[in-house]
Design a protein around this ligand. Structure first.
Ligand SMILES: Nc1ncnc2c1ncn2[C@@H]1O[C@H](COP(=O)(O)OP(=O)(O)O)[C@@H](O)[C@H]1O
Ligand SMILES: [Mg+2]
Length: 458
């Protein structure tokens, strides 16, 4: 089975999408996320440096302020002022010592020292209270900055401040900006990919339509971006060629059939004058067969040419009617036919041509297999399946495909009783394929008969 039939893939979640749009979108989104992440990293790094500088300036200014208040006080009041300052300066700690405390601390890196020093020097202070010197140190656990001012009277005032620069991600708008940027970018990617792949879907839909209904499928608009327009033009040209090819073939078929009728009639008239009666009967039988073949060829041609409209039809009812009609003409009567399946199942089909196809299959089952059991299955994977089963000898495996060829009959059935011309299966498959479906034949296990399966798209 090579055409649209069972085994069409169904949609299911996979980590790597199967669609072109899905794959392109995912690739672009991953790339975009990577670029964003790198940008975010660089931004975070810069922001950290800025936040550190900011925090260092703040520490320096506050420390200088505290120093100025204490340095301004008279030497005998300094300790009292310090105690008062300590209350408001919390969580900073103030120390007044003869030497700057060095224990458990380290020299701050040069850039930090430069920033601290510059901020302190820039702080407004009367000339006579400016410190003689400064030591700038740091401590960890928790991170602290220790600034010691050498005061005029020789003592050292040390201001120990907790050092807590704002983490970059706490900066207002930081997260929001990145989320909005990512969402905007992602939306644009998805929009662009969907737009880009839309023509592919249109093309697929058009091809599907053409497969179902060569006669009436609309042509693609030949507009849009140049690649798309080129593809559309190529597609339309191809569709036109196929259409012309089918028309030519049909025309040829009916023309030959039509032109054969006259000589056959003439032959029949001449045979009437044959003296040898046995010979005459044989000639007559052959000519009758020839006539029947021509008649069904013409019917086949008409069938292809007639583009019947697609309408919603209850397949279950259509099958039951076809079975009843077959049973009426069968020698065994209603006993040899049966139907199972849902009571109703509506599909869009060409009712006359589909019914002719199904009637052909049912007639074959009764004629060659002595029974026709029809099973209508619920749609599966967008396909409705109809099985027509019989109790006959089946068909040799090598012939299963070949019996679909026009006029192909198996030797054993070359008798007038079954009455066919070998076009039934060709007509049936032609009709079902024009619906976008197919017919397959299979032997039942153990040579118990044949199953003809008809697949129709939902
Ligand atoms: N159900 C069946 N069981 C056995 N043989 C079959 C069956 N259906 C079709 N065939 C074989 O396939 C041939 C072609 O069938 P078809 O195209 O319907 O032509 P026709 O019925 O006019 O002979 C038949 O002649 C017959 O030999
Ligand atoms: Mg037949």
């Amino acid at each position: 089975m090579t055409r649209a039939g069972p085994g069409r893939s169904v949609w299911r979640w996979r980590p790597w999408p199967t669609s072109l749009a899905g794959r392109t979108a995912l690739t672009l989104l991953i790339g975009f996320a990577l670029v964003q992440a790198i940008g975010l990293g660089i931004h975070t790094y810069n922001q950290r440096i800025l936040n550190n500088i900011e925090a260092q300036r703040e520490v320096a200014t506050r420390s200088a302020l505290i120093y100025r208040r204490i340095a301004q006080a008279a030497p005998e009041d300094q300790r009292a002022v310090l105690r008062a300052e300590q209350k408001t300066a919390w969580p900073r700690r103030l120390l007044l010592t003869p030497e700057p405390p060095f224990r458990n601390s380290f020299a701050l890196p040069l850039p930090a020292r430069q920033i601290l020093r510059a901020s302190i020097i820039a702080f407004p202070m009367a000339k006579d209270i400016r410190p003689h010197g400064m030591t700038l140190r740091g401590a960890i656990n928790p991170p602290r900055v220790m600034i010691s001012f050498h005061m005029r009277d020789g003592l050292w005032l040390t201001v120990i401040s907790p050092f807590r620069p704002t983490p970059p991600w706490r900066t207002p708008g930081f997260a929001t900006a990145f989320i909005i940027m990512f969402m905007l970018g992602a939306a644009m990617i998805i929009w662009a990919v969907l737009r880009l792949t839309a023509p592919v879907r249109t093309l697929a839909a058009a091809a599907e339509q053409l497969g179902r209904d060569i006669g009436n499928a609309p042509s693609l608009p030949e507009s849009g971006p140049s690649e798309i327009a080129t593809a559309a033009i190529a597609f339309n040209t191809m569709a036109a060629r196929i259409r012309r090819f089918v028309e030519d073939r049909t025309f040829l078929l009916t023309a030959i059939g039509h032109d054969l009728r006259t000589p056959i009639t003439r032959l029949k008239l001449r045979v009437e004058f044959l003296d040898d009666e046995a010979m005459r009967d044989k000639f007559m039988a052959d000519l009758d067969e020839l006539e029947a073949m021509v008649a069904s060829t013409l019917a086949f041609g008409r069938d292809i040419a007639a583009s019947e409209a697609m309408v919603p039809v209850d397949i279950a009812t259509l099958l039951r009617t076809a079975l009843d009609e077959a049973a009426d003409v069968a020698a065994e009567g209603a006993a040899c036919v049966s139907f199972s399946g849902p009571d109703h199942l509506t599909l869009r089909v060409r009712p006359l041509s589909l019914k002719r196809a199904l009637a052909n299959l049912i007639a074959n089952a009764i004629n060659y297999g002595g029974a026709a059991r029809v099973r209508l299955h619920q749609p599966q994977r967008d396909m409705v399946r109809i099985d027509i089963e019989d109790d006959g000898p089946g068909i040799p495996a090598a012939e299963l495909e070949r019996v679909f060829e026009p006029f192909r009959r198996i030797e054993t059935s070359r008798n007038r009783r079954t009455g066919g011309t070998g076009l039934g299966l060709a007509i049936a498959r032609n009709a079902v394929r024009a619906h976008g479906g197919d017919i397959t034949l299979a032997n039942r296990p153990g040579g118990a008969g044949l199953i003809a399966s008809v697949f129709l798209p939902v």
